[in-house]
Design a protein around this ligand. Structure first.
Ligand code: ZN
Length: 272
């Protein structure tokens, strides 16, 4: 995880704290979980510790000491080795938070991998988010926001701390780039595209990769794939806008094939 991205994020949180505008739920997208413990440590101490202001690190308060010892009663972390988080794990937290905080009036629960919320635990989570209690804050972490239930996403403030420049694209990604942008092709065919992005979940994943990639091409002058060298900056910009528009349509539109058809028409208008 890149330090500048974290720093920017924590400054935003600090601002929210200062203006009393802390969210009830944060969803943080991190493509690299190696430093996740350190990240969480800074995040929760920033929220809990009255002395913490990022520049001076607190060294002597009881709250930080208890957090370091994993004994702070107002912080609960939900994790699982299994495929899914269980609904009971969430209910336990709800029960333990019935006793109001004796320290500083905030209680925080962390979902280590929000993509492990299935329909059952996700619904329980959703109830918490729909009836937020004052001073209870949810922190959800994920490697990919499109793996998190849409209903939950829509109730969180989302931050992406992905290091885009390091993101590695897989061979499917390049296949999709070729299908979308292959030079000298008459037009984009519906069946070709449907083969690569057969449903809306895959479409959201793959197209958000494409959008990020195109964004990098424009803003960081990353090398263009030879397949799309012929596109002008203006065309690329238009394509990003179309993709962003359809990302939300694909997420919420039940008629995926119809939406895909309209998507192709709009892309074709730009590239041909
Ligand atoms: Zn402290």
């Amino acid at each position: 995880m890149k330090f500048e991205m974290q720093e920017k994020f924590f400054n935003t949180i600090l601002n929210q704290l200062n203006c009393n505008k802390i969210s009830q739920a944060y969803l943080i997208e991190l493509n690299d979980f190696t430093d996740v413990e350190k990240f969480l440590d800074i995040f929760v101490k920033l929220l809990f510790c009255p002395k913490n202001n990022l520049t001076t690190e607190c060294s002597d308060c009881e709250i930080c000491r208890l957090i370091d010892e994993n004994n702070y009663p107002d912080l609960k972390v939900i994790d699982t080795d299994g495929a899914f988080i269980k609904k009971e794990q969430l209910l336990e937290i709800k029960e333990s938070f019935v006793n109001k905080s004796i320290y500083n009036n905030k209680q925080i629960y962390v979902i280590k991998d929000a993509s492990k919320l299935n329909l059952s635990s996700g619904n329980t989570m959703l109830k918490f988010l729909e009836e937020p209690e004052d001073n209870i804050i949810a922190i959800l972490l994920t490697k990919n926001r499109y793996h998190v239930l849409e209903t939950i996403l829509s109730r969180c403030q989302i931050f992406s701390l992905e290091d885009n420049r390091k993101k590695e694209f897989d061979s499917d990604f390049y296949q999709l780039v070729k299908t979308l942008f292959l030079k000298n092709k008459a037009f984009l065919s519906y069946n070709d595209l449907l083969n690569i992005i057969p449903n809306r979940v895959i479409a959201c994943n793959k197209l958000s990769d494409i959008s990020r990639y195109l964004f990098l091409v424009i803003h960081h002058k990353q090398d263009l794939l030879s397949e799309i060298l012929y596109l002008s900056e203006e065309q690329i910009f238009k394509i990003i806008l179309i993709i962003e528009k359809y990302l939300s349509r694909f997420q919420y539109n039940l008629n995926y094939k119809l939406a895909l058809d309209c998507f192709i028409v709009e892309i074709n208008e730009v590239i041909t």
